[in-house]
Design a protein around this ligand. Structure first.
Ligand code: SF4
Ligand code: SF4
Length: 381
């Protein structure tokens, strides 16, 4: 049976986080059962963009510090890495703004911007037979995912597995997104990546999560927990359940469980530490996807609406010209080339848009919002 530890932690006071992380690891058998003496542990943080920790976009530096301390205590070497969603030249800014570089270096861990790749071929992959994954990730003895608990307008939820997308450096992320434009296809791709990387552990920063228009434009929301598990599928299932999803509605979690990579059925997951009901939140604002809106439709109407949803429901990105500084980041990142230069802000070619919301993720000005048509607005209320 998969085990997920759940430990309450109210804020980012370093002592409290140290204690909660330690307890969460002890509850799943201790870090010594995962990282051996002298082994190199790659800590994959979630940076995404040049945002400050209080924005709840990035893994909090206090959690990173605690995990580095635990790795050192068991005799391992911690390194911290990321190839975030932003253009590579801005990585330095993102490391600084998130305070993750400062935290890593003060704790004595090297920081790595993923650049070089190794080919991983697997004919059993469902989306692409060959993946190009960061060399530093594949050459580490142990990979540990350190995600932030957030909603996600494309995948509904982002956690331990989705965080691994940052192990694909540079332009390749965009190309893969183009090859997997629908959420279900993207989920298959993420499971291909999970199988290639084989992380041994995830420790999730769920102290303050993000609700609403995640993973970058939502609002911080107190959840007050740290989760840890050797089964990343089980960890994501429990975390998404806490904020109000049915874990099997999250494509990545469901597809991973179907492929036998982990457990998504929460009845088959042993939760140790705080009882689930004590931390479950009923009014967490979920992501704005058509599938989430359809959940609010009664059975018989849903049957008809499901097929007409793409025509009747519109949930699309929209650029606010008053906030846009015309930096061009969204144009550079749009995987389908749907964004074009306009007179005062980028213009979106609707037919090319796959609604991945990458443009919203990369916009530091928060100039990309979401446009709902009448029916979508009604269902959202
Ligand atoms: S919408 Fe945002 S990312 Fe795109 S050009 Fe404007 S400011 Fe830059
Ligand atoms: S316009 Fe935005 S949502 Fe549409 S495909 Fe491009 S990045 Fe994705």
């Amino acid at each position: 049976m998969s085990i997920v530890s759940l430990v309450k932690c109210e804020d980012y006071g370093q002592k409290k986080v140290d204690e909660a992380v330690r307890q969460s690891l002890e509850l799943i058998g201790g870090l010594g059962s995962i990282v051996g003496r002298g082994q190199r542990a790659m800590l994959k943080v979630n940076i995404l963009n040049a945002d400050r920790p209080e924005k709840a976009v990035t893994t909090h530096p206090a959690l990173l510090r605690s995990v580095i301390r635990c790795v050192k205590e068991v005799g391992g070497e911690a390194v911290v890495g990321e190839a975030s969603g932003i253009v590579y030249k801005d990585m330095e800014r993102a490391w600084r703004a998130s305070r993750l570089k400062e935290a890593a270096q003060e704790e004595g861990a090297d920081v790595i911007n993923f650049q070089k790749v190794l080919k991983v071929e697997n004919p059993k992959n469902k989306m692409v037979p060959t993946l190009h994954i960061a060399k530093e990730v594949l050459s580490s003895d142990v990979v540990i995912s350190l995600p932030k608990l957030k909603t996600h307008n494309f995948t509904l939820f982002t956690g331990a597995i989705k965080n691994l997308y940052g192990c694909i450096p540079g332009f390749r992320k965009k190309e893969l997104h183009r090859l997997a434009p629908r959420p279900e296809e993207f989920a298959k791709l993420m499971v291909d990546i999970l199988c290639a990387i084989k992380p041994k552990l995830a420790v999730m920063d769920g102290i303050v999560g993000m609700e609403g228009d995640g993973p970058a434009a939502g609002s911080p929301r107190q959840v007050g927990v740290i989760l840890a598990s050797k089964d990343l599928v089980a960890l994501d299932a429990i975390a998404s359940y806490i904020i109000g999803y049915d874990p099997l509605d999250i494509d990545i979690t469901r597809v991973a469980a179907e492929r036998g990579v982990g457990t998504a059925n929460i009845d088959k997951i042993e939760v140790r530490g705080t009882p689930l009901d004590e931390v479950k939140i009923d009014d967490y604002e979920l992501a704005s996807s058509i599938n989430v809106l359809l959940k609010k439709v009664p059975g018989p109407i849903l049957f008809i609406l499901k097929y007409l949803a793409p025509l009747l429901l519109k949930v699309e990105p929209q650029v606010d010209p008053l906030k846009c500084t015309e930096c061009g980041a969204c144009l550079e990142h749009c995987p389908t080339g749907a964004m074009n230069t306009g007179s005062d802000c980028p213009v979106i070619a609707r037919k090319k848009c796959i609604k991945c919301f990458c443009c919203q993720e990369v916009c530091l000005e928060r100039a990309v919002g979401i446009r709902y048509n009448w029916l979508a607005r009604k269902l959202k209320m």
